[in-house]
Structures are given as structure tokens and as C-alpha cells.
Design a protein around this ligand. Sequence first.
Ligand code: GDP
Ligand code: MG
Length: 739
Amino acid sequence: MKIALAGNPNCGKTTLFNALTGSTAHVGNWPGVTVDKREGTYKKKGVKINVVDLPGIYSLSPYTPEEIVSRKYILDEKPDLVVNLVDVTNLERNLYLTTQILELDVPVVIALNMCDVIKKEKREVDVKRLETLFGVPVVKVSALKGTGLDELMRTVAENATKKRSGFSVIGCGRLAKTYAEAKELYEGEGADNVAFRAVKAIEKDAEEAKVNPIVANAVKMRLDENEDYEAAVADERYRYIAENAQDVIRGSREKTYKISKSDRIDRVLTHRIWGIPIFLLIMFAVFHLTFSEDFLYLGAMKAIPEAANPTVWNDIFGNGAINAPGTILFKLMELGTGKLGSLVSDAMPEGTWYTSMVTDGILGGVFSVLSFIPQILFLFLFLSILEDSGYMARVAFIMDRAFRKFGLSGKSFLPLLMCFGCAVPGIMATRTIESEKERRLTIMITPFFSCGAKLPIWACIGSVLLAGAYKDLIVYGVYVLGIVVAIASALILKKLVIKGETSAFIMELPEYRRPQFTNTMAHLWQKLKHYLFRAATIIAGATVVIWFLTNFSFSFRFVEDQGDSILGVVSKAFQWLFVPLGFGMGEDGWKFVVAAFSGLIAKEMVVSVMGMFAGMSEDVLEVDQSQLLSTGFGSFVAGMAGGVPAALAFMAFNLLSVPCMAAVGAASGEFSKKKYLWGAIAYWMLTAYVVSALVFWIGTYWWISLILVGVIAAAVVVKVLYSKYGKKAVKRAIEKKAD
Ligand code: GDP
Ligand code: MG
């Protein structure tokens, strides 16, 4: 047996899907999280039911990708039953979709979701009334609390085998006659889903005109040319709901108070001017909590005395300052992986190639990636809380105003936000954007939003630069740099390459909700699993390959000097290309080139490769293994010939270049033409190169920024002068000619 969940965006479909199938699909407190349908199995007491989670929709017209996916699924795949999930706290709007689903010849059960909220407000739903109104069973549930699910599935099992023919509310109102005639035409042709098709034909639905061209046209011929039937049908639906379902929910309306509370918060958080600064501030607070080694700047204020004899506790909790919670977790993890590393290396024979492979390659590389897990999870914990509470949906709303100026709409914001986690789902989520050009533009800038795999690079270099004092600021700065480059890119691409309209952005703001502990933990668990899996497979595998290539020569001999190794020789040949970016400078420059290039496969590789090189550098070998990570990275990064600006340029390059193979694969699936993909790859590499060079040159010779400002100012002046006098001069010339 196969059933489909259909309903408005954000009505709780995915939550219900997860509760029924025990899966952990992404639940988000904003519309548009699920684009593709998703399948799972419900098993209980010998009953086995396949459940499909359809994307959220407001109607069954073929206007958005979500609507098309859902409509096609119900019509073509013919599920045995459709569960129409209805959010009771938004009853009227949700029932609008219900009136459309009921037009199909498929058994339907209405599940009234969020009944926990209604109950808390001491209100009641008249289930019987709804049942007589629509002629299908209605069950009260709370997907979140898991109540009513057994009854729902029992009702589903009972009704799935019963036949049902479509019912349209259009048959009861002003358009009753038109509807009856259209239906008759379809019945004469022996079509399926006659009620649905008749209404669609009246709406002059493009998809229906394609499927049944002759009948649809016959219906169209009978319509009044001057009437907007689509609007009329929508009116009829709302009228039916308003007249009949008005007091389905009984009880005092304590809700008004609640709304105003949400509204009052929104008056501050979505303020026209303060909205964006508040968002930036909140984000900074998140980074501060995660990365700072001077929590609340107590150290800078000299509020904490420095220990005379620093111990390991000082390393973990801070010395002369307090480490932020995220940093404490990181230090603990670092200590753990360090101790584990020394245990392993002590147990292995000294000086053999396989000891080197295990200690330098796998432990040095993969462990350095693993030690950032706590901080990554910590950051995602905050992002997940912000998302679940409904705040991120507000940010999309605030951003829409700003995005519009850059040729994007708030619709692009949600996919871009996902890219902070991983670019792959982010790129896939661009499917919610209707305009093809806007989608392409959005995909082009997705990699600039720093993903979780890049985080270790910022964290590891941030803790080395300037003695780690500004780690939170540096990491925050990288994220902001990414956003700035993305905006600049959008402006440039929109002007030069991808011209076109910006689509409208309509989104209802979900109410603020307390984040759900289990939901948040499920998120984090997903992240952790994904990360560990990657570390154990791609990262470990690629690290061993790179270890081999940097330790063996072309004649497959173990080399003393890594510069003579396969990768050493090859990357030295390309090193000059990266000298202008700073990190290619000096004797060790080629190692950073290797790190940056391995990042094109997967961004975790950058730290893994750096950890490998750091572990092998001479001066670290004397140090205790548990100190390996910090000390090794310290001397390795601090030893960069280009200094701090080169390290910053190295970060910029990794931030902006091709994100990873998986993201390229995802983008290739989304672009309609191969040339767009190649264009995007070229654009990413070029941007990475140019911005990285700018960072290095301005960082080294800050006066270059003065020249840049001068050049830009001159260009602006020339442009203004030209548009002022140039036009006149041209006009004068034309007038002269006319004389
Ligand atoms: P979808 O867009 O329809 O898939 O909706 P989601 O499953 O992503 O849920 C949207 C939001 O509604 C999430 O924040 C859920 O935690 C919340 N939610 C879902 N079901 C319930 C419920 O029964 N009661 C309450 N109070 N919240 C719910
Ligand atoms: Mg969903």
C-alpha cells in the first residue's frame, strides 16, 4: 500500500513523515525545505505502508516546481490514498488546498495537525463538522508530540481500499452550471478524475490543455471571454470555506494575544533598518561563542589573572582569559586525538615507511580534521536553533529587500543559507526558484557561502595567526568576506551575463516556536554521521594517496626530501602561478599549493594535507605527540614566506575556489547546459585567484588599497562626466547634422 502526504509548506509534513517512518529527514521552520518527494515505510502490527512526503504546496496549479512534482505524483503514480495534512492554526488557508485535493478521484484522509497548539489554547475543533463538509474522514493529530498517529494510520488502512470519486466545491456556487457542463464533457470522453479536470479546464490550466487538448478546448469555447475564471474559481473556494468552516474551531480566541507577541518581537527583529545589523550581531555572537579564546573579552579587560605556571587546564580553559564553550570542546578533542596519536605511534616500529604512512598520513591528516568536529557541531547547534525558532525565515524576509537590489530574491536566501552547512543540498534547494536565470545566478554564488568542511581551515589558521587572539573575528571575517564576494558577484553577473527579471517572493512567516530538542539532536547526529563517514572514506583515502605522492619519487622510491617526490616535482612546476597570491612563495610554498588543490576534491583535505606536512616538518618531531596539532600547525603556518597576508590569501582562495567534487556534481545536475557548468567552474577559479591576490597585495602593501580607491573614483568620475557631457556632445553633433 502506498500513501502520499500533501499539504501547505510548513504544516508539518516532514515531521509527520519522520514520526511515521522513523527517518530523520530535514525538518525546518520555514516553507520550501522539501523540494523532492521522499519515501519511507511505516510498519506496525503487521501493517506495512509506503509513505511519500510531497513538497509543500498552496495549490495544484502548475506554476512552481513543487506544485508540478506533487500534482504529477498524485495523478500519474496513483497512490492508494492521500493524507491531506492541515495546519489547524491556519485552517482557512490550509483548507484551500483541501478543496483542490478533494477534486481528485483518490481516497483522502484529512489529518488536522498542530492540535497540541489548539489544545493548549483551550480551544476545540469540530471534527464531525469538517467530515460532513468534505465527506472524508478527519483525524486530529500532533506530528510533533506523536499523538493521534495510530488512529490516523488505522483510518488510512480502512479507507485506502475504498473507491472515492472527486468532489468539487465549485459545484455548489456561482459557477455550478459551468462546472456541470464541463464535467459532462469530460464524462462523455470517459476521462479519469473528471471533477479535477473539469475545474482545471475552467481555469484554463496549461497542463490540462496539453493532456486533454480536445475536451479542454471544448470547455474553453463555452466560457465567457471577459471573465477571469482562475480568480473566480479561487473566490468560490474561499467563499465555501468562509461560509462553512468559519466556526469549526471553537473557544476563546486567546490566540490574538499570541500573535501580537510574535508581532512585537518581529517589530524589532525585522526592522527596516536594524534588521540586518541585528542579524550580523547575532551571527557574531554565535561565532564568538564557538571560536573565541577570549570569551566576553574578559582577558582583554584584564579581568582574569594569568597563571604563573600554566598547566594543561590552562590550555583547555584559557590562561589570562576564558575560552568560549566551543573552544573548550575543541581543546578537549585535540587533547584526545593527540593522546590517541601518541599511543599509536609509540606502538609502531620507528623509521619504516608504514609508520610514516600511519602517523603522518592518517593520524596527522585525518585526526586534524576530526579534532574540529566539536566546533562544527557547536556552530550547527546554534544555526539549527535559529532555524527552528523561525528566526531564519525572518532573515530571508529581511534579506529579500536587500537581495532584490542584487538581482536575487529572498527565495535565493534559503538555499544559500543551507550552503553554510553543505553546498550540495543548497544547490539542490535552488529548485524552489522558478526563474531559470535566477537559479543559475544563485548556483553560481553558492560556493562562496562557507560550508562546514571549510570550517576547519579557518579554525586552524585562525588559531595560529596573531597567537589565536582574534580567532572568532577571523572566522567571522571569512564568512562575511564570502557573503560580500557573493553579493558583488551577483551584481556583476546580473549586469553582464545573466540578465533577467527577479521573481516575486511571497512567504508567510511562521510563528516563533521553541526549538525542539529531539529535532535539533537529530540534525546534529546527521551532520556528525556525514562528517565521520567522509573522514573515514574520502578523506582517509585521499590523504593516503597524497601521502604516497609526496613521499615517493617518480621511480617509486621513498624520498628524503619531499620536494623530490611526485607531487613535489609537479606542484613546484606550478608554484610560480601562486607566488602572486603569497602562499606560493618560499621553499614550502608548493606544499600550500598541494593543500589548496587537494581542496578541490573535498575541502576537509586542506587541513588534512596541512596536518600531514606539519607532522612531518623537522622541528615538530622532537615535540610530544599530544602537542602535535597545535605546535605543528603553528610552525608550519607561521613559517609561510608571505607572512600573515599570505595566510589570509590562502583562506580566501580556499573559500572561493571550486567547492568540492560533490558540489560540482550537484551543480552539473542542476544546470541545463554543460557550458554553464564550465562557466561556473571557470568563474569560481578566477574569483578565487583575483580576490586572493587582492587580499595578499593589500595585506602586504596596504597603500595599494589607496591606488584602488583612486582608480575606482576616477572611473566613477569619468562615467559621470561622460553621461553628463557625453550625451550632450552627441546630441549637439546630431543637431548639427540636422541643420
Ligand atoms: P513541512 O514544511 O510541512 O515539511 O513542515 P515541517 O515538518 O518541516 O515542520 C514545520 C515546523 O512545524 C517545524 O518547526 C515543526 O517542529 C513544527 N511542527 C510540526 N508538527 C507540529 C505539531 O504537531 N505541533 C507543533 N506545535 N509544531 C509542529
Ligand atoms: Mg518538509
